[in-house]
Design a binder for this molecule. Structure first.
Ligand code: HEM
Length: 419
């Protein structure tokens, strides 16, 4: 049997990018948690559903934060605007700083707010379909990723935050530059320099917008955030806005792309209930494939002892394909979520239903935008299918070149006869 370290090497290769699932299955042969050993960047990889769920909820387990960065390479990270901003945001903080920022955002970013956004989302989706249709008419084919998937999430989050639509063309490439650095394969000095520059530009944009909304409040999230009585500093607010925009934009793109690709491959599902369909897309092709964690002390997860202060890769994409949690896990089958999928794991197990996919994480850092992302996808697919019933693949899509995010770079589509 190949070692876990060898399997991990395969996973982070071109073959692994195309099909990570066979590497996850190989890792699972070593058990739900595999120690990597050697002097590489990762101490262990967690692939079993229950183990992933447990690690993410364990109070001893932390996201990689400023203390972790200090103990791995000293304080040099503080010179990099991107790294300083990330470590000042809720996504890369533990304990009190995390709770403070998360509480503030949760107060204003409620399920009701998502519901209120629905008419605006439908209008945005319709207008993007107009654009897609026009491109299809003019050129005979269109790139779904560029013409739709790439545009919808950023327009929705911009409307939510109160970023004027005309500023989006300036925003998107800067957000992409930050994202390039976040993948394990992207950590070069040039990529970091570009991401640093983008961080400085985006931060000053947010600072200006915060100042404007303080004096001229509007009906948007930034106005609400600055109106709250909070001990979150302005700098923390800027860093959290930066991370929120990035986290919403780069992930939802792939939920939309992966979902469309599965709908095109399974025309019989076009009229299927959207709740279970979107849940199965999230499970089957998790847009975020992994997150990183560490613990200050030795901990034991699923019978494996994990060394302290070392990075543990927590594979959401593997947990979602664990056959112990999902019978025929490699089969795309929305009926496994035919009942309401949004109930607790324990309730689901008790009712013999499918457990909720871990695509939005679990525990204290559970995705703040899960409801928004689900709503975008659940609204977009039926509208796309009813307005463009003959939509089909024009050529094979091109895979997005990042292991961390699973999706497509481009997806050429055309219109034929309706199936
Ligand atoms: C399909 C789309 C999305 C996926 C797959 C996704 C996935 C995730 C995951 C896996 C995490 C946990 C990270 C960790 O545990 O280290 C997370 C956190 C987060 N997500 Fe999402 N996300 C999506 C959409 C969104 C949207 C639309 C927003 C905002 C509007 C958003 C905002 C956030 C924020 C702020 C966090 C950090 C929460 C914290 O640290 O407490 N995400 N997301």
């Amino acid at each position: 049997m190949t070692t876990a370290a060898q399997v991990l090497q395969g996973l982070f290769s071109a073959e692994g990018l195309e099909d990570p699932y066979r590497y996850y299955a190989d890792l699972r042969r070593h058990g739900p948690v595999s120690l990597i050993g050697g002097s590489g960047p990762y101490a262990a990889v967690v692939t079993g559903y229950d183990a992933v769920n447990q690690v993410l909820r364990d109070p001893r387990v932390r996201v990689t934060d400023d203390a972790f960065a200090d103990s791995h390479g000293g304080a040099a990270w503080r010179e990099h605007p991107l790294l300083a901003a990330l470590n000042n945001s809720m996504m890369y903080s533990n304990g009190e700083r995390h709770v403070r920022a998360r509480r503030l955002f949760q107060q204003v970013f409620t399920p009701r707010r998502v519901q209120e956004l629905e008419p605006a989302m439908v209008a945005q989706i319709s207008s993007l379909i107009d654009g897609l249709e026009a491109r299809l008419l003019a050129d005979g084919e269109a790139d779904f990723m560029a013409e739709f998937a790439y545009l919808l999430p950023s327009s929705v989050v911009a409307a939510l935050l109160g970023i004027p639509a005309e500023d989006l063309a300036w925003f998107r490439p800067r957000v992409q530059r930050i994202n390039e650095f976040l993948d394990v394969t992207g950590k070069t000095a040039e990529v970091l320099a570009r991401a640093d520059e983008a961080t400085v530009e985006l931060s000053s944009y947010y600072r200006r917008l915060i100042a404007v909304r303080r004096t001229e409040p509007a009906d948007d999230l930034i106005s609400q955030l600055v109106a709250e009585d909070t001990d979150v500093t302005d700098e923390e607010l800027v860093c959290n806005l930066l991370v929120l925009f990035n986290a919403s934009f780069v992930t939802t793109i792939h939920l939309l792309g992966n979902g469309l690709s599965l709908l095109l491959a399974h025309p019989e599902l076009r009229s299927a209930p959207m709740g279970p369909f979107v849940e199965e897309v999230l499970r089957y092709e998790s847009p975020v494939q992994y997150v990183a964690r560490y613990a200050d002390d030795v901990i034991e997860i699923a019978g494996t002892t994990i060394p302290p202060k070392e990075v543990v890769l927590v594979m959401l994409g593997a947990a979602n394909r664990d056959p112990e949690s999902y019978p025929e896990a490699d089969r795309f089958d929305p009926t496994r979520f035919a009942a309401d999928p949004i109930v607790s794991t324990a309730e689901r197990r008790a009712s013999q239903g499918s457990v909720r996919p871990l695509s939005f994480g679990a525990g204290p850092h559970f995705c703040l935008g899960a409801a928004l992302a689900r709503a975008e996808a659940q609204l977009a697919f039926p509208l796309l299918m009813s307005r463009l019933p003959g939509l089909r693949a024009a050529r094979a899509p091109v895979r997005y070149p990042q292991q961390f995010l699973r999706g497509f770079e481009s997806m050429p589509v055309e219109v034929g006869d309706a199936p």
